[in-house]
Design a binder for this molecule. Structure first.
Ligand SMILES: *[C@@H]1O[C@H](CO)[C@@H](O)[C@H](O)[C@H]1NC(C)=O
Ligand SMILES: *[C@@H]1O[C@H](CO)[C@@H](O)[C@H](O)[C@H]1NC(C)=O
Ligand SMILES: *[C@@H]1O[C@H](CO)[C@@H](O)[C@H](O)[C@H]1NC(C)=O
Ligand SMILES: *[C@@H]1O[C@H](CO)[C@@H](O)[C@H](O)[C@H]1NC(C)=O
Ligand SMILES: *[C@@H]1O[C@H](CO)[C@@H](O)[C@H](O)[C@H]1NC(C)=O
Length: 311
């Protein structure tokens, strides 16, 4: 009875603790029968890979021909999944995200194409080969470069220099060429798992900001990046719309003035023509239909005025 209970307990344990690395007993792993004399290797390690790279994750140095069984249990943010392969040619893939087991001439590895933040997680792997087993627990992280920017802005009547490194991983490091210890730095962790770092430096009055620069360091870059903050807001972004507005206003006013001048000129011409026609009314040719509408009132007016003066 006690033996039965024990076996049952081991079974439950093995289901839940398949990957528990601190249990060294052979019963703690499913799907294999290794005697206690079998050598085992447990490895715990951290790895970081560059965004967009193709990653090869190895779990054992044994040659592929000796490998009987490989199982990757992967704990991603999106949830757990597993990829397995045995030497009978059976395989399993519940990840369905492009990860695959591949062979080199020397060993078998997990291939992760186009490494992204979705691939960050804990990778537990077990390789069973003739003569032993390897267990690896790999914490996989990403190295992604931040996008950098720097500017000056007014805070009340004080000038503040700001330097920002957005959405990088790990968090970037920002330092200033001057007044380093009066700067304050903030780091946010975005919901996407990337870090944004912003460093603000309040400038003393009458300080020349020309020589001030900030330096951003990140693992992804071979060299640090140095930025010189420039004033935006007052002279930068706000000037743009104002200038366009002035241009538009100038154009509109010019057109209005031109139209006005043209209108007046035409009116004057018409009046001139009419008064001329009135003077020479006997020889006046018959007005066209269009002329009648516009010209007639003036003509009659002018004629009437003339007749008053004439009498
Ligand atoms: C495990 O393998 C050994 C020999 O390698 C064998 O004696 C034993 O009965 C096996 N146990 C199980 C549960 O299959
Ligand atoms: C790798 O090679 C071994 C032996 O050569 C073979 O049994 C196995 O199926 C191969 N695995 C893959 C994923 O191609
Ligand atoms: C890698 O992934 C990114 C986004 O997930 C995509 O924009 C890019 O085209 C991919 N590159 C390759 C080579 O597949
Ligand atoms: C900045 O730190 C240096 C040494 O660490 C110190 O001598 C200096 O007084 C500090 N300046 C300010 C403004 O705190
Ligand atoms: C700026 O740098 C130049 C040369 O690097 C130096 O001559 C000048 O004194 C500096 N100005 C300020 C305000 O630090």
């Amino acid at each position: 009875m006690g033996g039965m209970m024990w076996v049952f307990a081991v079974f439950i344990l093995s289901v839940y603790e398949t990957w528990s690395l601190d249990t060294g007993s052979p019963q703690s792993t499913l799907m294999r029968n290794t005697s206690s004399s079998t050598p085992k290797v447990y490895v715990v390690r951290n790895e970081s890979f560059i965004l967009g790279s193709n990653v090869s994750l190895t779990c054992s140095n044994e040659s592929a021909s000796k490998i009987m069984y490989v199982l990757w249990n992967i704990k991603l943010k999106s949830g757990p999944c597993r990829i397995a392969h045995n030497n009978d040619g059976q395989s399993e893939d519940s990840c369905n995200d492009g990860k695959s087991l591949r062979n080199t001439s020397t060993t078998m590895y997990l291939h992760i194409p186009n490494f992204s933040n979705d691939d960050v997680g804990i990778y537990l792997c077990e390789t069973v080969y003739t003569g032993g087993a390897d267990n690896h627990n790999i914490s996989v992280d990403i190295i992604a470069p931040p996008s950098e920017s720097a500017w000056l802005e007014w805070k009340g009547n004080k000038m503040v220099a700001v330097c920002k490194a957005e959405r990088g991983k790990p968090a970037a490091n920002i330092s200033w060429s001057h007044l380093e210890n009066s700067s304050s730095s903030k780091t946010w962790l975005g919901s996407d798992g990337f870090f944004t770092v912003e460093s603000r430096l309040e400038l003393p009055e009458n300080m020349d900001s020309k020589n001030l620069s900030c330096t951003i360091r990140h693992q992804y870059w071979e060299e640090e990046k140095t930025l010189v903050p420039k004033l935006k807001g007052q002279s930068g972004e706000h000037k743009g719309p104002n200038i366009t507005l002035i241009y538009i206003l100038t154009v509109v006013i010019s057109i209005a003035v031109l139209a006005g001048i043209l209108f007046l000129a035409q009116k004057k011409l018409t009046i001139l023509r009419c008064s001329k026609q009135a003077d020479t009314s006997p020889s006046k040719p018959l007005p066209t239909a269009e002329d009648v509408e516009e010209v007639e009132p003036y003509a009659s007016y002018v004629q009437r005025v003339n007749s008053i003066y004439n009498s």
